[in-house]
Design a protein around this ligand. Structure first.
Ligand code: NI
Length: 180
């Protein structure tokens, strides 16, 4: 096991289109997934995509911790998970503004419009199907991580830059009642 170095915004690996994983059960993929889960745990994040650890392949790891769920029926606690070669489908038209952060942009957060409910699919390292209906935070994480595989970072989806900034400044603004 190893803690991997996370690429920060500005590194070209974050802006490319990642390649499909040919063999999800290959030993190097299993090792990568284990190391990514350890890295995610160490960093205290909700999700991590392979390009963020300098591997341009279509896979990500994520988890939905207790306390992060929205209360939506399709947004329950999810343990450490991997999704290889993901595909997302819209379930309905509903979008909501959601606050997001990213391990590649430490100290920052921004509000991004995301679909509230999605259906997604992919496989794990056994080649078994994973995914299904997801709502709320679960859906948000899957959309954020899948974006990484297409070279999209959340600031590229921000519509109103008053809702983007350093955690410290935004928290100060909220505390002072100055949040726009
Ligand atoms: Ni991210």
């Amino acid at each position: 096991m190893a803690i991997l170095k996370i690429a920060r915004m500005g590194h070209p690996v974050l802006f490319g289109r990642a390649e499909p994983v040919a063999d999800p059960g290959a030993p190097e993929i299993r090792r990568l997934v284990r190391d990514m889960l350890e890295t995610l745990d160490d960093a205290g994040g909700a999700g991590l995509a392979a390009p963020q650890v300098h591997v341009p392949l279509r896979l990500f790891v994520f988890r939905v911790a207790e306390g992060r769920t929205s209360g939506d029926a399709d947004d329950r606690v999810v343990g450490d998970s991997v999704v290889i070669n993901p595909a997302i489908e819209a379930v309905d038209e509903e979008e909501r503004l959601c606050w997001e952060g990213c391990l590649s942009l430490p100290g920052l957060r921004g509000a991004v419009a995301r679909r509230w409910r999605i259906r997604y699919r992919g496989v794990d390292c056994e080649g078994a199907p994973v995914g299904g209906l997801a709502g709320g935070f679960h859906a948000q994480v899957v959309q954020h991580e899948t974006d990484h595989l297409d070279g999209i970072l959340y600031p590229m989806r921000i519509g109103d830059f008053r809702y983007f900034g350093f955690n410290e400044e935004l928290s100060r603004a909220v505390a002072a009642g100055r949040q726009p």
